[in-house]
Design a protein around this ligand. Sequence first.
Ligand code: BTN
Length: 334
Amino acid sequence: MQADPQTHEEMILAFLADGGEEFTSGEALSDKLGLSRTAVWKHVESLRGKGYRIEAIPARGYRLVEVPDHLTGLELSPLLGTRDIGRTLHALEEVESTNALAFKLANEGAVHGEVVVAETQTQGRGRRGRNWESPPGLNLYCSIVLRPELPPQRAPELTLVAAVALAETIREAGVVATIKWPNDVYAEGKKVAGILTELSAEPDAIRFAILGLGVNLNARAEDFPPEVAKVATSLYEVRGQRVPRALFAAALWSRLEVWLDRHAEEGFAPVRQAWRELCGMLGAEVLVKTERREVRGVAEDIDETGALLVRTAQGVERVVAGDVEQLRAKKSAR
Ligand code: BTN
């Protein structure tokens, strides 16, 4: 579906969402929509009937406080402030994996920014062949089709762009998130979000990349199997308050688009700088397990390609893929 606002209700929601915490006056809404103040009021009442919580204060106007907790075009499209991301949206109740479906759609010609989002996944994929727990109606599972003008060897940069956008959006929602190399997002020592990037490429160009984002928003520990609950958390668990999922998704996609544009225009340097500032493990002692070896040392930095630089007893080792375990906190002198 196309996400451009069409009905008056969608337009009112779009203006209110744009206003954020600020009130939008009834007069401004009626001018923008070419409707009477009474007609605006009637639309607001109708939206309230559909589960939108809209505060109204005489002489100040209206403010969007809460949107219904569904992830369909109806909730998402009026909230979108993006140029491309989510403008074509495939919103499903259930899917095997949003990444698998997005990959298929991209092979069939899906455009840059097309999004697949689902309430649950029956075979959600994690990195390194793992499973991604996807309890229904609680979290965000989405995959975005990207068609960047990049050589395939620069594809890992896209994952770091997404990690920065994710960590910033989670921080904006009031949870102190940090990035664990290469692209896990942590809060209070447990994983809160993950990224799975899958690629279709020619030797010298990316045909498309699928950016799969899983964010634990409203799940509680008991919504996960016990072994997952030991290592995973959610925004709800940390801040003790439910997250309006559609607002979060719209904020994430906006931020992602801003960072993708910046990456396209300025290259990897600003992304690397933001990533460093959000990374929770630079300066700490780590153990990195790759397919073939283990590297133990101090995580010093990421290089200009996104690889992790680990200072070991033998010198600095460059790691391009693997799982990192933090052994000891960073030294305060860093
Ligand atoms: C990780 O292992 O950290 C990556 C997890 C990525 C999960 C997301 S959920 C939406 C998208 N669809 C999938 O099947 N996986 C990604």
